[in-house]
Design a protein around this ligand. Structure first.
Ligand code: GAL
Length: 790
């Protein structure tokens, strides 16, 4: 996917690709490096260069990034005497070794700009300043050491530290956040840089989906350049998918879509991508002035601000309305300008507006998941091509490497994160006269875990389960029998913590107390201190079920469904075409899935988002925060899981799932993500003309100045505009998909638009009375169009 994603970034007007380097991916075992496949960092950097882009390499090696353990390999935790991210010799030695490894690799390939390559900047550490107070005095010396260690590697290009106000010279301290216009670096010799402008936010299992309106994102960017910014990076521009068990935690979803301009599947998210592309063009029209001088900032009234970059030969201005409620008309250099609330206008010649952050000239393009029938000869829907076979994972201890230990063990220290799964198993002898066997009063098993999922099996039967980020408390009424009983507790991690002071030590698993209470007498016995048997991982993980090759698969009917801990397998043909593919896991519970042996990640369609906080149309005006704009309340957080096309063969693909909760895999379906057949946009008479047509006054007479234009283009090159679902020039209302006419409407609207667009891939409609007549006077009118492509 890289070449296409990189090209779409270049086309979107980016100059630099910023990427983290994931230590856990590149050194999964100590001294065993992996730079293959999707960990081929050299290839990635070279592809960026090939597309004409620079690279900012954020080595970290702590990266956060909603990545398992913040990017640290878990073996690091077991290095004797180690303390992470502080002035600790074992840690510093490992950090230096890995950082050196990466820098050397880049140098060997001549990838630093100092060598003629694309890397213009590298990062050491990540947002340590946010949490360093927790590390006391050692934090200061650790940061000093990090800086000098990085500098000693002599890359020939600058280093940055993000969110590190005390970054020692010459490390550039940079800003991360939703806005960074107020940020200033810690020295006048350093450029004002923004390493993470959060284009949306990440999704958690059990959470609604965050989104960030592009008007606000563009506003944040324009404000940054208005106030002297030099470098701004979208985090994420493309977030993609956290395949396998790479998602951080706890409980971070497999999708890392992030509401980014390029979506999880590599498709353009419109109008986000297009509006930002226009913004980038407008800013670059100011380039001569921006690089020549600092801005002069003046007030144009309450909440109104002008910044002028003026030299003898050039002038560029940014006009901002930072008020959240009222639009304003300002006078600047004797001319008047309309500034919607919470918006910035960019004037590359200090006179004519090339762009306003709140006035979108890019159409919304629908995208949809289309169900795929995998059998060409029919079948009603998209059920999988062939039959399912299964293998039941044993409940409780089944592996020979199981071991006994008194007391309850913390999970990460026990599994070293080799697997999400840890069995805690106990055998108990209950004599006939004990209170736990009383008729009519069940015994209650009390379990406390610090995360993230627990299944309790009594005598081989699922008795209860629960999940939580840091705390799970279960009280499960259970049936015991006289004589031998087994209590098998399966504890499951869902991504190791990646953020916060000492995140590496928060731990997971059933840490207790665990007790057995008699519901009747109230007496209880402590189970935590007893002798438990432990098993790291599942049997099927060890016996290689994930590839589907094992001879043990059972294809007898009926297929066991709605039972915990069953491995399922089927084969399927790739959906036709080249559109991105997703599996819809509706019908299953929770687990991990593999396609042709590649883990596509954890699936959990039964994890439902809470009911509160969602808005369909979020007001972009006013400060954004991660939970300001949410959708998908009350629905599964993630039902669709990306399967990269490159992992599929035309036919005979294997899908394996480990279903831990219980579900029906026959309900699984395949979908393709298709870019849309529907285009929609509203452009007013006060919108700037398309940025591509912008010319300064010196080059064009006032009369010829281009008017606003509504441009439509079908996203797929073979499509043409086939129908106009809505067209109104006047005072149309509403948003895409629900436009309605206002009191003022040109009767020509539909016929003009039809004539200009039908049968063509793209069309441009001037938004003016010259074209549409004058349905009313004294108001700023708009043209709203909704069209279909086919
Ligand atoms: C930042 C961090 C990133 C990412 C982001 C949230 O604090 O530097 O790595 O975790 O938050 O998506």
């Amino acid at each position: 996917m890289w070449p296409d994603l990189i090209q779409k970034s270049k086309d979107g007007g980016l100059d630099v690709i910023e990427t983290y380097v994931f230590w856990s991916g590149h050194e999964p075992e100590k001294n065993k490096y992996n730079f293959e496949g999707r960990y081929d960092l050299v290839k990635f950097v070279k592809l960026a260069a090939k597309a004409g882009l620079y690279v900012h390499l954020r080595i970290g090696p702590y990266v956060c990034a909603e990545w398992n353990y913040g990017g640290f390999p878990v073996w690091l935790h077991f290095v004797p005497g180690i303390k992470f991210r502080t002035d600790n010799e074992p840690f510093k030695a490992e950090m230096q070794r890995f950082t050196t490894k990466i820098v050397d690799l880049m140098k060997q390939e001549k990838l630093y700009a100092s060598q003629g390559g694309p890397i213009i900047l590298s990062q050491i550490e990540n947002e340590y300043g946010n949490i360093d107070s927790a590390y006391g005095a050692a934090a200061k010396s650790y940061i000093k050491w990090s800086a000098s260690m990085a500098l000693s590697l002599d890359t020939g290009v600058p280093w940055n530290m993000c969110q590190q106000a005390d970054a020692p010279d010459p490390m550039i301290n940079t800003c991360n956040g939703f806005y960074c216009d107020q940020f200033t670096p810690n020295s006048n010799n350093k450029p004002k840089m923004w390493t993470e402008n959060w284009s949306g936010w990440f999704l958690g299992f059990g959470d609604p989906s965050p989104y960030r309106p592009v008007e606000d994102l563009a506003f944040a960017v324009a404000r940054f350049y208005q106030r002297g910014g030099t470098f701004q990076n979208y985090y994420m521009y493309h977030g993609g998918t956290n395949f396998d068990r790479t998602s951080g935690g706890p409980l971070i979803s497999t999708s890392y879509d992030y509401d980014a301009p390029i979506d999880e599947y590599g498709l353009l998210r419109q109008p986000k991508w297009g509006h930002l592309r226009d913004l980038h063009k407008a800013i670059k029209l100011c380039e001569d002035s921006l690089i020549a001088t600092d801005p002069t900032i003046t007030s144009l009234g309450s909440n109104l601000e002008a910044a002028v970059y003026k030299t003898s030969g050039s002038c560029a201005a940014f006009l901002a309305n930072v008020g959240t409620k009222s639009d304003a008309t300002v006078t600047f250099n004797g001319q008047s300008y309309h500034l919607p609330a919470w918006s910035v206008s960019i004037l590359p010649d200090c006179k004519n507006v090339a762009f306003n952050t709140a006035k979108i000239n890019s159409a919304t393009v629908s995208t949809a998941f289309a169900l795929q029938s995998l059998k060409p000869d029919g079948g009603s829907s998209a059920e999988l091509g062939s039959q399912w076979s299964y293998i039941k994972e044993p409940i409780g201890i089944s592996k020979t490497d199981a071991f006994l230990k008194p007391g309850l063990l913390e999970q990460i220290n026990t599994t070293a994160d080799k697997s999400d799964y840890l069995w805690y198993s106990l055998r108990m002898d209950i004599k006939g006269d004990e209170t736990f066997l009383d008729e009519g009063s069940k015994a209650v098993l009390h379990i406390e875990s610090i995360g993230q999922v627990v299944y309790a099996f009594i005598n081989g039967k699922l008795a209860g389960s629960g999940h939580g980020k840091q705390k799970i408390t279960l009280d499960i009424p259970i049936d015991l029998v006289a004589g031998k009983n087994t209590i098998d507790l399966l504890s499951v991690t869902v991504g190791l913590a990646n953020y916060g002071a000492f995140f590496d030590l928060v731990g997971a698993g059933i840490t207790g107390p665990v007790t057995l209470k008699s519901a009747k007498s109230g007496s209880s016995i402590d189970l935590a201190s007893q002798q438990w048997t432990y098993q790291v991982g599942l049997k099927g993980e060890d016996t290689g079920l994930t590839t589907g090759d094992s001879p043990e698969w059972v294809s007898k009917t009926p297929l066991p469904t709605k039972q915990p801990l069953v491995w399922y397998k089927t084969t399927f043909d790739a959906p036709s075409g080249s559109e991105p593919v997703a599996i819809d896991f509706t019908g299953t519970g929770k687990g991990i899935a593999w396609v042709n042996g590649q883990s596509i990640g954890r699936y959990w369609p039964t994890s439902i988002a809470g009911n509160n906080g969602c808005t369909d149309s979020c007001d972009y005006r006013g400060s954004y925060r991660a939970n300001k704009c949410l959708k998908n309340c009350g629905k599964p957080s993630q039902t669709l899981y990306h399967v990269p096309r490159s992992w599929l063969k035309p036919s005979g693909n294997t899908l394996v799932l480990l279903e831990e909760m219980g579900g029906d895999p026959t309900q699984i379906s395949f979908t393709k993500k298709q870019t849309g057949s529907s285009l929609c946009l509203m452009v007013s008479q006060s919108h700037p003309a398309p940025v591509d047509t912008w010319t300064s006054d010196s080059k064009i007479s006032k009369k010829k100045r281009t008017r606003p234009v509504l441009s439509l283009q079908c996203p797929v090159s073979t499509q043409v505009i086939s129908s106009i679902k809505f067209a109104s020039f006047g005072t149309p209302k509403g948003t895409c998909g629900s436009f309605t006419r206002g009191h003022c409407n040109s009767s020509r609207s539909l016929s003009v638009v039809q004539k200009a667009c039908i049968g063509l891939r793209s069309c441009n409609l001037e938004v003016s009375t010259r074209v549409f007549g004058e349905p009313c006077r004294g108001v700023v009118m708009s043209l709203a169009v909704e069209a279909s492509c086919s």
